[in-house]
Ligand binder design. Structure first.
Ligand code: MG
Ligand code: MG
Length: 275
């Protein structure tokens, strides 16, 4: 995948600006995540918001061989894992939807994803979302200078394995900066102590893609959408972070999301009632 570029403080601030815009864009999308809206409508909202903020959607025009991705967001519903194309699909109660967004501003990229629920979802799927998000934070905790990429991968893998879910192997996290995808690759499985050394100023996107059932995925006929082979649901959460000495710093945030707030409240209520 090429050379690893460590970022200067100035570059990190620019990536932070792009990353925060990504987070705000996903929050704008979330306001509209409800039964009856089509995924292309969500995409239109996201594109307008990004352009109003002086940035460019990073995924629009993205090329894979001769295929061109022509949307601002990757929207992946239910059994779709990632790279779903916005379209005429209308959200219904019980769906989950991964909203993945990237922007380019001042020459630097930011990248984040969150899986939202539409109305009421089953306990089983709620648990999948919870564990997938937890595994992302396990990976972030392991992202400190001196450790290795494999320590991040292993932290994600160990947490997910405890719950018996399928970890997607074909797609991985990545370095990010002047390019949307840079070295190193950050898999969601791997051996502790292996891979590239984490150094201060390394900016990476960590993004576990976790399946309720088996780990196997396939690409749909559209050439982009990655879905689970067993058609069971899949979750996806992503943060852009920077490696520091003792603790990684998040450049994207989930704090703008209503569903995140709600979950936090329920968790703290539980903590209180357990005491
Ligand atoms: Mg990414
Ligand atoms: Mg992404």
């Amino acid at each position: 995948m090429g050379k690893i570029y460590l970022k200067t403080d100035e570059e990190i601030e620019l990536i932070r600006e792009s990353s925060l815009l990504v987070s705000k864009t996903i929050a704008e999308v979330e306001k509209n995540v409800k039964e009856g809206i089509s995924t292309i409508e969500l995409d239109t909202i996201a594109e307008a918001f990004i352009r109003d903020n002086g940035a460019v959607p990073a995924f629009k025009g993205y090329r894979k061989d001769r295929l061109v991705f022509d949307y601002t967001l990757c929207i992946s519903v239910n059994e779709q894992v990632v790279h779903g194309m916005p379209g005429s699909y209308v959200l219904k109660n019980g769906d989950i939807i991964s909203v993945d967004c990237g922007v380019l501003k001042n020459g630097f990229y930011g990248d984040s994803a969150y899986t939202f629920s539409v109305g009421e979802i089953s306990e089983e799927v709620k648990q999948l979302l919870k564990v997938t998000k937890e595994s992302l934070y396990k990976g972030i905790e392991a992202s400190v200078a001196g450790k290795r990429v494999g320590d991040i991968s292993n932290a994600v893998e160990e947490h997910v394995n405890r719950h018996g879910y399928g970890i997607v192997r074909e797609l991985v996290g990545h370095g990010i900066g002047r390019n949307l995808h840079e070295a190193p690759e950050v898999p969601n499985f791997g051996k502790r102590g292996s891979g590239a050394r984490l150094e201060e100023g390394l900016v990476i996107a960590i993004e576990p893609m976790i399946n309720l059932g088996r780990r196997d995925v396939r690409v749909e006929k559209d050439g982009w959408t990655v879905s689970t082979v067993d058609r069971k649901p899949s979750a996806h959460f992503e943060h852009t972070i920077v490696v520091k000495k003792n603790k990684a710093e998040l450049l994207t945030t989930f704090e703008y999301f209503k569903q995140e707030e709600k979950q936090k409240q329920t968790t703290s209520e539980k903590v209180i009632s357990n005491q």
